[in-house]
Structures are given as structure tokens and as C-alpha cells.
Design a protein around this ligand. Structure first.
Ligand SMILES: Cc1cc2nc3c(=O)[nH]c(=O)nc-3n(C[C@H](O)[C@H](O)[C@H](O)COP(=O)(O)O)c2cc1C
Ligand code: SF4
Length: 448
């Protein structure tokens, strides 16, 4: 363990944290990598990020460098970068901490990504509720303009002819706007309704033009990778233990819930949940027993009581019967947590946040919430439990019934909680009505 985040300029101790200004960031070596990048050809920069096998930090874990190669060749018209700083996933607060204290690490990542991918306009999309962070990021963008990073003179005070403009765009507070195509609609000034894919944004994204969408943490990793090299990045993290793509690098993991020191920690991928809780988050609150954890944002589902040693990498989905690593921000539950109430609370979130385009998501979310309220109040039956699982299993991209993954999140959250804490749900059903042994179908996919 170190006293500071390994790579970012954010002290681990809360009392030492402050927002780094442009000058602070430059004093800490900031923007040197942008300068170095401009001496390389854009394709070389893409190649470094590709060979580092940096996987997206927004939830899906898609390889960043590979995504960048999907862009067509420039045709002289605008091409966009959309920076995803929506972070409305309950229990997730890593991106907020990043922009709170180190906004220029993201801005430098934006400038390098735009140069590498030949994108001339960046929209920094931020969650609507974040008043303080909007001011911080706007100020950082202004500083970047004042110091010649962005603007018509060309990147880095005209070190290249290629110029980039950057604009902060604030959302209106809908979770769905974090989904990349809903984000595009929102930036276009429309209602945040996800688009059917294909076409994929790299080909036809914002205003129908080639667009890359990346999470803020993904972009903040780019300057480090370009500066220190792909091998340095790959010296952190781990190989896949199931023959899949590796989980390299450092990752911001936020821990909340029943721990002594809830916070965001930068750790190598592959750390166990137990180590994250005990060695970083101060251990279980009041010395109580671990009962389970939301894996990484509610949409990933839960790790059960026997999964405290789960390895936090991109293999987590198939290995531990959750959807995936998601945002890698676990919420920890102690032995006294009522898992029926947890499920009901999560279902309420999805009921409120469904955008309403797809019937299985819109109607299913409402059904799930009502059924869980009934079971929680002791008025439910085994038939309700069966119906709950049936409805949940039918919702999402994986069963092929919805446009976006919001509904898969609802599906996985409900099914994993019921499967892993079945006895608690049955105990709430009316005794005379308990019969049968229904279970949710086994989870077979880990795709977000
Ligand atoms: C319902 C929903 C909400 C999402 N919210 C976010 C979000 O707040 N931030 C984010 O970076 N990605 C979010 N994503 C994932 C994005 O669609 C997309 O995969 C990501 O921004 C790509 O960036 P990355 O490759 O750098 O991870 C969400 C996905 C879904 C389905
Ligand atoms: S799955 Fe739900 S949130 Fe996503 S597009 Fe369909 S209705 Fe909207």
C-alpha cells in the first residue's frame, strides 16, 4: 500500500486533497505527455494505447485502442469525442473523485485522444446534479484554453496545426444518459433515448458523424500509458484465468456500504474483494460479518456470502455469476442487511430510470418493483417469486428484447439477489403459499 494514489495526483488522505489547478498539474509533470505525443504520428499513439490493452473504465471493458481503430479516415468534416462523466450508477463515485481533484488528467487525456484519433471537437458530458464538479471542469477547460491546449491556434500553443475545441455539456439528471447512444442524443439536445446499433458511433455518432465515446477514467489513463509505455501499464493487473482477454493496469475502485473507510482507491486489477475491504477500506464496520456485495454498480448483480475472495478483474462475470466488473465500485453489506429490501430498493431505481422505449423494460421494471414490494411486506407468495424471476429473465439485450443494457442491469440485479439469498425471499412469502423449488435460470453471459 502507498500513501498516495499510484498514478494520479490525488493524496489518499482526505484532508490533503484539493483540486489541482493547471499550474499545480504542470508542476507535477502534467501536459508533458501531450507534448511528447505531438512528436509522434497519431497512428503511433493509437498503437501504444492498443498494445497496452487498456480496457474501458465505464463499465463494459471494451479495449480502448481497438475502439479507436474503428473510425473511418477523416473526410474534412467534424469528428467528435464524447467524454462520459455521467456516473449515475448507484454506489459509484470514482469519476466524481477524479474530476474533483485531478481534472487536468482527464483534459490531457482528451487532448491526446483527439490528436490520436483526429477528432476536432470534444463534448465533456457531465451528470446534471453535479453543480460543484461542473464548475471545476469548466474552470479546467477555461485554463486549458488560456494556456493554449485547446483553441484554434492548434494543440499545445500551435505545436501542431491540428486544433481541438472542448465544451462542457451538462445532463439533466437521467441515469440513461450514461448509455453511450443516449448520451449522443442528449448532447444533440434531444431526449436521452438510446439508439439501435448498428450503426455504431465510430461510424455514425454525434450529428451522424464519426464519434468516439470514452469514460473519464479511461481517458485519464491515456497520458500515463503514452508516457510510461504499454509494458509499464501491463506490469499491473493480471492475465485472464479463464482464457479471456487480460485485465491490465490500475483501476479506481470505490468502496461504500458497511465498511469503516468508504473511499476511492487506485489498485491493480486482480485484487480480491476481501483485500480491498480489509487493506484499503478499513475493514467491515463494527467488526461485523460480510454478507455480500454489489459487484460494481447495481447493474452487475451481487456477490454472495461465500464470494468475499472474488478476484476483481474482468473475468468476474462468468467466475462468480454476476454480469461483469462494471464500474468496479462495490457496495458492501454486513450480516444484518435485509436482502429483500436491497432488491426492492434497486428495483425502484430501475423503475424510475427506464427511458420507456422498450415494453419489456418499461413494464417489466414496474412489475418487478410491485412484486418485490408485495414480497417484502409479507403479502407475497411463491407464485410471485416465480413471476419475479420470469419477468426479470426476459428483459435485456442478452435475451434480445431491449435496445440497451439498462434492462440487463435490472435483470441481473434481481436474479442474482434472489438466487444467492433465496431463503430470505421464501421466508417472507406467506407460509401457506410456499411450495415448489423455482430458481432463476443460470446466468450464462457476462456481457454488459
Ligand atoms: C444504462 C447504462 C448507463 C451507463 N452509464 C455510464 C456512465 O455513467 N459512465 C460511463 O462511462 N459509461 C456508462 N455506460 C457505458 C457506456 O455506454 C459506454 O460503454 C462507455 O461510456 C464507453 O467508455 P469506455 O469504453 O471508456 O468505458 C452506461 C451503460 C448503460 C447501459
Ligand atoms: S432497455 Fe429500457 S432504458 Fe434501454 S432503451 Fe429500452 S426502455 Fe430505454
Amino acid at each position: 500500500m502507498t500513501d498516495r494514489f499510484l498514478t494520479r495526483n490525488i493524496p489518499r488522505k482526505r484532508e490533503e486533497r484539493k483540486t489541482l489547478s493547471f499550474n499545480d498539474y504542470v508542476s507535477a509533470g502534467g501536459y508533458q505527455t501531450l507534448k511528447q505525443s505531438l512528436l509522434k504520428r497519431p497512428e503511433e499513439v493509437v498503437e501504444i494505447v492498443k498494445s497496452a490493452e487498456l480496457r474501458g473504465r465505464g463499465g463494459a471493458g471494451f479495449p480502448c485502442g481497438v475502439k479507436w481503430t474503428f473510425l473511418p479516415d477523416p473526410d474534412g468534416e467534424s469528428r467528435y469525442l464524447c467524454v462520459n462523466c455521467d456516473e449515475a450508477e448507484p454506489g459509484t463515485f470514482k469519476d466524481r473523485l477524479l474530476v474533483d481533484f485531478d481534472p487536468h488528467s482527464v483534459i490531457e487525456g482528451i487532448a491526446i485522444a483527439c490528436y490520436a484519433c483526429k477528432l476536432d471537437k470534444a463534448y465533456f458530458f457531465m451528470r446534471g446534479e453535479w453543480e460543484t464538479q461542473a464548475k471545476i471542469v469548466q474552470n479546467a477547460i477555461d485554463e486549458a484554453y488560456e494556456n493554449g491546449i485547446f483553441g484554434s491556434q492548434g494543440l499545445m500553443n500551435g505545436a501542431t496545426d491540428f486544433s481541438v475545441e472542448c465544451t462542457l455539456h451538462r445532463g439533466a439528471g437521467a441515469y440513461i444518459c450514461g448509455e453511450e447512444t443516449a448520451l449522443l442524443e442528449a448532447v444533440e439536445g434531444k431526449r436521452g433515448w438510446p439508439r439501435i446499433k448498428p450503426p455504431f458511433p465510430a461510424v455514425s455518432g454525434l450529428f451522424g458523424r464519426p464519434t468516439i465515446i470514452n469514460n473519464v477514467e479511461t481517458l485519464a489513463a491515456v497520458p500515463l500509458i503514452v508516457e510510461k509505455g504499454a509494458d509499464w501499464w501491463k506490469s499491473f493487473g493480471c492475465e485472464s484465468s479463464i482464457g479471456g482477454p487480460a485485465s491490465y493496469g490500475l483501476k479506481l475502485m470505490g468502496v461504500s456500504g458497511h465498511v469503516n473507510n468508504p473511499d476511492v482507491f487506485e489498485v491493480p486489477l486482480g485484487i480480491t474483494l476481501r483485500s480491498l475491504v480489509n487493506d484499503y477500506a478499513g475493514g467491515m464496520k463494527n467488526g461485523r460479518e460480510f454478507k455480500g456485495a454489489i459487484a460494481g454498480g447495481v447493474s452487475m448483480g451481487v456477490l454472495g456470502p461465500d464470494q468475499f475472495d472474488a478476484v476483481m478483474d474482468f473475468d468476474i462475470g462468468p467466475k462468480y455469476d454476476v454480469m461483469g466488473l462494471g464500474t468496479a465500485c462495490p457496495t458492501i453489506f454486513d450480516e444484518d442487511t435485509d436482502m429483500v429490501a436491497v432488491a426492492r430498493n434497486i428495483a425502484r431505481f430501475y423503475k424510475n430510470e427506464s427511458c420507456g422505449q422498450c415494453t419489456p423494460c418499461r413494464e417489466g421494471a414496474d412489475w418487478i418493483y410491485k412484486l418485490l414490494c408485495r414480497i417484502e411486506s409479507g403479502e407475497g407468495s411463491m407464485k410471485d417469486l416465480d413471476q419475479l424471476l420470469e419477468v426479470a429473465s426476459s428483459m435485456g439485450i442478452i435475451p434480445g428484447t431491449t435496445i440497451c443494457g439498462l434492462s440487463d442491469g435490472n435483470n441481473w440485479a434481481v436474479r442474482t439477489i434472489v438466487n444467492k439469498y433465496r431463503a430470505e425471499f421464501e421466508a417472507r412469502c406467506k407460509p401457506s403459499l410456499v411450495s415448489g423449488t423455482s430458481r432463476a435460470p443460470e446466468n450464462t453471459n457476462s456481457v454488459v
